[in-house]
Ligand binder design. Structure first.
Ligand code: AVI
Length: 355
């Protein structure tokens, strides 16, 4: 029998938005550090201005980009089981009520499936989406309010990679932290561990984490049809949306920093790096060229010289084996409790418990 607590056990919390950090300063500092390093890099969080976030939403609907629809299908099939597992009674906690927080919630389109399952189990649920984008959080709140009755949304604007999470623990509840969508794959192994350790530091033993990870190709293993070409297509779609998403970062530097990148002189490249088990995205310079970045809050003006064929490395997207997921979780203070995969073994949803 599912446990259903009385509605009155969950206090109503007013939605609130907490603004953290100064984005303009962070962007200028990040751009200077990345573009003056060898090789030149730009951090993937720079993709997500308004245009970039819109383009990313389009990517998630592309036929080649299997990640979003596969994770959504796993949620549709297993949401009740996931919530039941996260709510498993223990000696100290015989009838847990879950509060869901979500790191990098975006517009929370898939999260509704899990929230609906939590509402089915416990009658009501408090949901705390955390994101750097106010616009995304507004969309998330609207989406959840309109589609999932029984959810109290409390938004927090914060950078969960560097800031302590604004966890407002309700008395006698257990936290289920969601970090879905393969977002963990955009961090280097060390940074991924640090992000999860930062999260772990704010959880209690017995709290859980639901982590979405894109799976590495299994090289000929019988039940998976995923290979290098599946991955390359997902990051180099025929309609050119991923290319537009990638080069928007240069357009953003022109708009926000007054840089003079000529977008026609850079092309989008996606590469599978099998040694590192990651897709890399680059913007490759087609010709020798010089780009100017004016003086800004991070310091004086500077110029950048590009050789033909030289690239700016803009993103890594790591692909995991189940063993690698387990190692990451263990090194971050979690233990892997259960894993769900789609029938084709393209994607895994992992439930881990804070130890
Ligand atoms: C957000 N993140 C998980 C996406 C990914 O697949 O690495 C970002 C992305 N980059 C290109 N396409 C999608």
């Amino acid at each position: 029998m599912p446990f259903t607590p009385a509605v009155s056990e969950l206090p109503e919390i007013a939605p609130d938005i907490v603004i953290a950090s100064n984005p303009a300063e962070a962007i200028a500092g990040e751009v200077r550090a990345g573009l003056t390093s060898i090789p030149k890099t730009l951090s993937p969080w720079l993709f997500y201005d308004e245009t970039g976030s819109r383009l990313f939403e389009q990517i998630t609907e592309l036929p080649e980009y299997y990640l979003t629809r596969t994770e959504r299908a796993i949620f549709h099939t297993h949401a009740d089981e996931i919530i039941a597992e996260a709510s498993r009674p223990t000696g100290n906690d015989p009838a847990p009520i879950l509060t869901l927080i979500e790191l990098g919630a975006g517009t929370a389109t898939k999260t509704g499936i899990l929230l609906a399952a939590a509402v089915r189990r416990q009658g009501r649920v408090v949901y705390q989406p955390v994101d750097v984008s106010v616009t995304a959080l507004e969309a998330a709140t609207e989406n959840i309010r309109a589609n999932v009755p029984g959810v109290t949304v409390r938004c927090q604007v914060a950078d969960y990679t560097t800031q302590a999470l604004p966890l407002n623990r309700l008395p006698n509840t257990r936290t289920l932290a969601l970090y879905i969508g393969s977002s963990i794959g955009n961090f280097s192994p060390d940074d991924a561990r640090d992000v999860l350790r930062n999260l772990r530091a704010q959880l209690l033993p017995g709290d859980t984490l639901l982590l979405g990870t894109d799976l590495a190709p299994l090289n000929g293993a019988s039940s998976s049809t995923k290979d290098e070409s599946t991955l390359l297509a997902a990051y180099n779609d025929d309609a050119g949306v991923t290319a537009a998403f990638n080069s928007n970062v240069l357009a953003r530097l022109n708009r926000e920093l007054g840089a003079n990148f000529n977008l026609n002189r850079f092309i989008h490249k996606a590469i599978w790096n099998s040694e590192e088990s990651r897709i890399e995205m680059h913007l490759e310079s087609l010709v020798p060229q010089r780009v100017h970045i004016p003086e800004n809050t991070s310091g004086s003006a500077f110029t950048l010289d590009f050789a033909a064929g030289e690239s700016i490395h803009t993103e890594n997207s790591y692909k995991f084996t189940p063993a690698r997921v387990e190692r990451l979780l263990t090194s971050s203070g979690f233990t892997l409790t259960r894993q769900w995969q789609d029938p084709q073994h393209f994607f895994a949803v992992n439930l881990a418990t804070a130890v």
